[in-house]
Structure formats: C-alpha cells, structure tokens
Design a protein around this ligand. Structure first.
Ligand SMILES: CCCCCCCCCCCCC[C@H](O)CC(=O)SCCNC(=O)CCNC(=O)[C@H](O)C(C)(C)COP(=O)(O)OP(=O)(O)OC[C@H]1O[C@@H](n2cnc3c(N)ncnc32)[C@H](O)[C@@H]1OP(=O)(O)O
Ligand SMILES: NC(=O)c1ccc[n+]([C@@H]2O[C@H](COP(=O)([O-])OP(=O)(O)OC[C@H]3O[C@@H](n4cnc5c(N)ncnc54)[C@H](O)[C@@H]3O)[C@@H](O)[C@H]2O)c1
Length: 306
C-alpha cells in the first residue's frame, strides 16, 4: 500500500537521524529538487524563496516531478499514487522569511544564486538566529565553501552538499569538508545524504570539487569549438551522445543547467585565473544571457523549447 511504501521510504532512517528538519533556501531548479527528495524520505522541509509567486511555481514543479515518479511506481494504482504525492507535499511548507523559520531547523541547505556576496549575506543573517546545533551547507557549483562559511561564526558546523540536476534523478551528492568543518558535521552530512537515498562522495574544498573540475573544462571546450566554427551545436551534441555515451550533449546540458548559472560559474573562474584563455568570456553566452535566454527554464537558450 502507499502507507507501507511511504513508511519504508521515509521513516526508519529519519527517526534515528540527527537531521530531521531541513530548511532549503532557494526554490529554483536545485532547491525544489532538494526539497522534494528530502520530503520523499520523510524529512520535514521548509522551502524559502523571495516571493509567494516563486514558491507557488516551486510547489507546482515539485508536484509535476512527483507525478512523473508515481506514474512509474504506482503504474497500476493511480489513487495510491495521488495519495503518495499528497503525503510528500504535506511534508513541505513554504516561507519568504528565512530568519523566522530556521529556529526549529537541524540543517539549512542554501541553493540561491551563484554569487559569493549574496550567499555570505544570507548566511551571516541566519547565523545570528539559527540554533547552535544547526548545520549550514551550500549547494554551490564552484565557490569555495570556506569563503561562504567565513560570513558565520560556525565554521565547524558548515560544509558543502553539491547535488546534481535533476536532483530527483541524479544519484550523486558531493559532500565537501572545508578546512573548518568538524568530523561530526561531516559524518552527519554523509548520513543525511544516505538517508536521501543518494550516493555520497567525499570532496576537499578545491575548485569545482570533483565533477565540475572535470565537467567545466569539457563544456568550455565545446563552446570554444562551436565559436571557432569547427562544428554545429547540433553535431557536437550528437557526437558526444553517440560517441561518448553522454545522456545529453554539452549545449543541451548548458540549457538544462541554466545559462545564467553557467555564466556565474565561468565568470568566477575567470576572475580567479584571468590569464587562462579557456576561462575568457564567451560573447555568445553573454549575448544569450543579456537577452534573457537562460535555457530550458525560460523556453530558449542555445535551443528553443516552446
Ligand atoms: C565559454 C563559456 C561557456 C560556459 C561554460 C560553463 C560551464 C558550466 C557548466 C557546469 C554546470 C555545473 C552545474 C552543477 O554544479 C552540476 C550539475 O548538476 S551538472 C548536470 C548533471 N546532470 C546531467 O548531466 C543530466 C544528464 N541528463 C540525464 O541524465 C537525462 O537526460 C535526464 C535528465 C535524466 C532525462 O532523461 P532523458 O531520457 O533524456 O529524458 P526523459 O524525459 O525521457 O526522462 C527519462 C526518465 O527520467 C524521468 N525524469 C526526468 N526528469 C525528471 C524529474 N525532474 N523528476 C522526475 N522524473 C524525471 C522521466 O520521467 C523519465 O522516466 P521514464 O519515462 O523513463 O520512466
Ligand atoms: N542549475 C544546476 O544545474 C545546478 C546544479 C548544481 C548546483 N547548482 C547551484 O545551486 C544554486 C542554485 O542554482 P539553481 O540552478 O537552482 O538557480 P535558480 O536560478 O533556478 O534558483 C535560485 C533561486 O534562489 C532564489 N533566491 C535568490 N536569492 C535569494 C535569497 N537571498 N533568499 C531566498 N531565495 C533567493 C531565486 O529567487 C531563485 O528562485 C547555485 O549556487 C548553483 O550554482 C546549480
């Protein structure tokens, strides 16, 4: 029955865990996915963003994703599927005021814009109001965890959890131990990742951690190859799917990640290594972002989706 499946999915791991109540800040692509998998696995979740309209859209996206999941899991029992979706949604509440909701939370997962100063401002505020035991993590793609943590006075209870997009489908989470992260915090984060049904890998606080240290140069080379006119974006995408077995080509993946987020990432790497020509700004990427063509989420990026 749905109750037994929910119980199996949710309870035993969470009942005995240090992390039961989770606050996710940022209800975009990543925050919605993280809130979803935490709620599916029985955590009590508060999802925070800057407006009610954004949060309504986040809830709609989570429900849409859950429906895709139950279509498979409850193929022959649609009513049980609906009940499951409702149960999961009941584990999620929303708020536009992070400071007022973190008072009861064991873990704050930040998934807001990829900008160091904005992330630091958020954590600096939350550090003053969150309980002493609360662990803070960032889902940053490429900013140093120690730089974000430096805005707080809880370096020992600060780490990184780097999820992958789409969160409900991607099994990996990079668990990042920064210089100040205590072993107790790191262990709690590994346990939490496993309670979500994900596969953790341990990472040092180094640029791009593991995946992006390898993925970003590959994506950059794809854009450079296209800009040199050495292949169409369609051919490059097909080549990497059929020749290298990737599920998406680099331009499809850039659109999927979001061109704004991709630009934030690459601008940050260029700032750190301006002498490296690989990290130089891409006129094409900058033009698309300036035109509001941010990829799949806005209906157009390198490709059109409407
Ligand atoms: C010079 C300047 C250049 C700038 C360069 C800058 C580079 C920066 C880029 C780095 C970005 C890093 C970002 C981040 O830090 C790290 C990342 O997250 S990287 C992204 C990792 N993700 C991937 O690589 C995804 C690859 N794609 C896939 O795995 C698959 O395509 C897919 C997304 C799972 C979808 O599968 P498909 O078969 O293609 O499509 P379907 O639609 O048929 O889906 C299959 C199956 O999955 C179910 N499903 C898909 N999405 C969801 C969802 N969100 N929720 C629930 N279920 C989902 C779907 O229902 C299907 O189920 P089925 O029908 O098969 O039962
Ligand atoms: N997109 C990806 O594929 C991907 C994958 C892994 C990690 N990340 C990282 O996750 C983070 C979020 O990326 P995303 O793709 O979900 O971005 P997104 O643009 O889809 O969502 C970000 C959300 O944060 C909200 N926000 C911004 N400032 C806020 C604040 N101060 N308080 C509350 N909410 C705020 C925005 O309104 C928006 O809804 C970034 O650090 C990014 O680098 C992204």
């Amino acid at each position: 029955t749905v109750s037994s499946i929910t119980r199996t999915l949710c309870s035993s791991a969470v009942r005995n865990a240090a992390i039961k109540h989770v606050t996710v800040i940022g209800g975009g692509l990543m925050g919605s996915g993280i809130a979803q998998v935490a709620a599916v696995t029985g955590h009590s979740v508060v999802l925070v963003d800057t407006s009610e309209d954004i949060l309504k859209n986040s809830a709609k996206n989570i429900q849409g994703s859950l429906k895709r999941v139950v279509k498979k899991k409850f193929a022959d029992k649609p009513e049980a599927g609906e009940e499951f979706v409702q149960k999961v949604m009941n584990n999620i509440s929303t708020s536009t005021d992070a400071a007022s909701v973190v008072q009861k939370t064991d873990l704050v997962v930040e998934a807001i814009v990829e900008n160091l100063k904005v992330k630091q401002a958020l954590f600096s505020t939350l550090d003053k109001v969150a309980p002493a035991h609360t662990i803070f993590v960032s889902n940053t793609s490429s900013l140093p965890i120690a730089d974000i943590a430096s805005s707080t006075a809880r370096l020992d209870r600060f780490g990184g959890l780097h999820f992958f997009n789409p969160v409900p489908m991607m099994k990996l989470v990079e668990v990042i131990k920064a210089a100040g992260t205590s072993q107790q915090t790191f262990d709690a984060l590994l346990d939490f990742t496993k309670a979500l049904g994900k596969h953790p890998v341990s990472c040092k606080d180094t640029p791009g951690f593991i995946v992006n240290r390898l993925l970003v140069p590959y994506m950059l080379e794809a854009v450079r190859l296209y800009e040199r006119g050495h292949g169409s974006k369609e051919d490059i995408d097909v080549a990497m799917k059929l020749g290298a077995g990737y599920p998406m080509g680099p331009f499809e993946l850039l659109d999927y990640v979001g061109l704004d987020t991709s630009k934030f990432i690459i601008d940050g790497w260029y700032e750190k290594e301006p002498e490296n020509p690989l990290f130089a700004p891409s006129p094409l990427l900058n033009k698309l972002v300036a035109e509001g063509k941010l990829g799949k989420k806005t209906g157009e990026g390198f490709y059109k989706y409407k």
